[in-house]
Design a protein around this ligand. Structure first.
Ligand code: GDP
Ligand code: MN
Length: 388
């Protein structure tokens, strides 16, 4: 899970990494108030999880609160490479003398950490890596040894940080390592790390990728997710532990196993339909999982038919059928679209018998995957109207 800049900086500050003072604002009025609270010139920064905000006009200086309000008015609602800006970070402006790059990340190849630094900060680091690979210094850090002063020296001397910046920069590298390890991050990145005209070293930008597998150890970090503008169906699916991805078609898909779901998507496309989602209920799925999955899919107003495609291995066809029936019971009249069900493999026969007894007229059995896809597409009707 990637954090927004303001969240990354909150983590930085918690571990003593120097960052500019700042406040989050969700409206131009809040930005105005934030600027008034900070005093002096501020910088209004779009909060989106994509780089290159500066170039896109998402980062603007404002000399007073009125100007901050006007800047925020322009930035909030802006589209930056497909991401809509919902909030801005209002920060005290920094007078930049020099910009650098710093990052520490997991390096799967060495099964350790990798610290990187460059004096070519502020620029797109991928571009630096492509055009001037020598300008990026990489230092491997063995997690069992931890970050030591000699690693830091290698980084700072190697990247050519001027001597007067070493004390401040070393402090930041050390604290960033603490953020990485204490908060279970996959990546911490600062681009740019700046030296101000009065000699302070601070993190002007911040990127943090948390390790999702460790979120259970950090309930307070999990909360950061709450403020994300996630799709309501994806949120509901996540809460139920389902592997769900929303797409933009109109045939809802449920299958067991990622491979089967992908093939189902292909077959639906082949017969002229378009999948509304990708939902893998996994191996050994129970009636409960099936019901939860159907609920999520049916809550998507674009869905005009659902195709349940199950190949029973560990997953038992009768349990899947029971899940479909449970979901129909639970959802009642909310089920307004046909459910085409294709069961094969373990206990498929028992499953089909259960479904045949269903009083609902929504269940449509199908013998093969192709037939199921044809039925689902046909029952969904013509290509839906815009906004349907
Ligand atoms: P990104 O474009 O999404 O990586 O956003 P950054 O936070 O890295 O900002 C991009 C650039 O905006 C920086 O490299 C700086 O040159 C400039 N910038 C950001 N904050 C300030 C500031 O407080 N003062 C000044 N003068 N420039 C800033
Ligand atoms: Mn940046």
């Amino acid at each position: 899970m990637d954090l927004f800049e303001h969240q990354a900086k909150e983590l930085f500050a918690k571990h003593g990494v120097a960052v500019p003072r700042g406040r989050v604002a969700w409206s131009p009025e809040e930005a105005e108030a934030a600027a008034a609270g900070l005093g002096g010139t501020v910088v209004v920064k779009a909060q989106v999880q994509v780089g290159g905000r500066g170039k896109a006009g998402g980062i603007q200086l404002a000399k007073d609160p009125t100007e901050a309000k006007a800047r925020a008015e322009r930035i909030i609602g802006m589209d930056i490479r497909g991401h809509t800006v919902r909030r801005v970070l209002v920060e005290e402006a920094s007078e930049i003398a020099n910009e650098y790059y710093l990052a520490i990340l997991h390096d799967r190849a060495s099964k350790g950490y990798l610290a990187m630094a460059s004096a070519e900060g502020g620029m797109d680091i991928e571009e630096v890596a492509a055009t001037k690979p020598g300008a990026i210094v990489k230092v491997g850090v063995n997690p069992l040894v931890g970050l030591r002063p000699y690693h830091v020296n290698q980084l700072l001397y190697g990247a050519g940080f001027p001597p007067e910046t070493h004390k401040g920069a070393a402090e930041i590298v050390t604290r960033l390592y603490e953020v990485l390890t204490a908060e279970d991050c996959m990546l911490v990145e600062v681009n740019p790390l700046v030296v101000t005209s009065d000699g302070q070293v601070k993190a002007l930008d911040g990127k943090v990728t948390l390790d999702d597998s460790s979120l259970y150890r950090h309930p307070e970090l999990e909360e950061m997710r709450d403020t994300f503008a996630v799709d309501p169906q994806e949120q509901a699916a996540k809460e139920k532990g389902l592997n769900y991805i929303k797409l933009d078609g109109w045939v809802g898909i449920i299958g067991n196993g990622a491979g089967l779901v992908m093939s189902t998507l292909d077959v639906v496309a082949q017969v002229g339909g378009k999948a509304a989602n990708f939902l893998d209920i996994g191996g050994g799925a129970s009636a409960e999982t099936m019901a939860a999955g159907l609920e999520v899919i049916l809550s998507d107003a674009k869905v005009r038919s659902v195709l349940v495609n199950i190949f029973g291995g560990i997953t038992r066809g009768d349990l899947v059928a029971q899940g479909v029936l449970d979901a129909l019971d639970r959802l009642g009249d909310k089920v307004t679209v046909p459910l085409v069900v294709r069961l094969d493999g373990t206990n498929a026969e028992e499953g089909r018998e259960l479904l045949a007894e269903s009083p609902s007229d929504k269940v449509v059995p199908a013998a093969t995957m192709l037939e199921a896809a044809r039925k689902a597409v046909e029952l969904a009707g013509a290509i839906p109207k815009e906004g349907a």
